[in-house]
Ligand binder design. Structure first.
Ligand code: HEC
Length: 139
């Protein structure tokens, strides 16, 4: 009886952990798919379809050592609040202006687009939540 109870518990816990993992993987896939749409509709104009950037005007997002080395908070803030001044990305200097994310894009759109960038073109992965975007927005 003891052994039975033990294996029942192990099975229940395994199933519970398994289903949680599946749900969050699905959530992330949904977020990345939504983010790709936002990227194509907006970010792509400057950073280009494959994230390679454009000459010395728009920095690359593909394999960006800037994204890799900066705290996620700072990357989120740059996208929603804008970014200007000299930066170096993958050994190249840029000194341009990224305008703040236009008002017609929601916090959810921003979270999705940045999650898409983090999970594409060899970038480090991870998820950006709506709460993180809300916290990063300058009031
Ligand atoms: C109107 C053009 C434009 C659009 C649209 C745009 N960006 Fe940018 N982005 C820039 C410029 C210019 C810089 C560099 C600013 C500087 O030189 O300080 C930049 C910098 C960045 C950086 C940091 C540098 C790097 O290459 O890693 C990230 C990350 C980024 N943009 C993400 C995004 C995302 C995500 C979107 C869409 C939600 C987006 N950008 C939309 C022009 C744009």
């Amino acid at each position: 009886m003891k052994t039975f109870l033990k294996s029942f518990l192990v099975l229940t816990i395994t199933l519970a952990i398994g289903s949680t993992a599946t749900t969050s993987a699905q959530d992330k896939a949904t977020l990345v798919a939504k983010g790709e749409k936002v990227y194509k509709a907006y970010c792509q104009t400057c950073h280009q379809a494959t994230g390679q950037g454009l000459s010395t005007v728009y920095p690359p997002l593909a394999g960006s050592d800037y994204i890799k080395s900066k705290p996620k908070k700072e990357i989120i803030s740059s996208v929603v609040n804008g970014l200007k001044g000299e930066i170096t990305v993958n050994g190249k200097k840029f000194n341009g202006v990224m305008v703040p994310l236009p008002k017609n894009y929601t916090d959810e759109d921003a979270a999705a687009a940045i999650t898409y960038v983090y999970n594409t073109w060899g970038n480090p992965g991870g998820t950006v939540t709506v709460a993180e975007v809300k916290a990063a927005r300058k009031k």
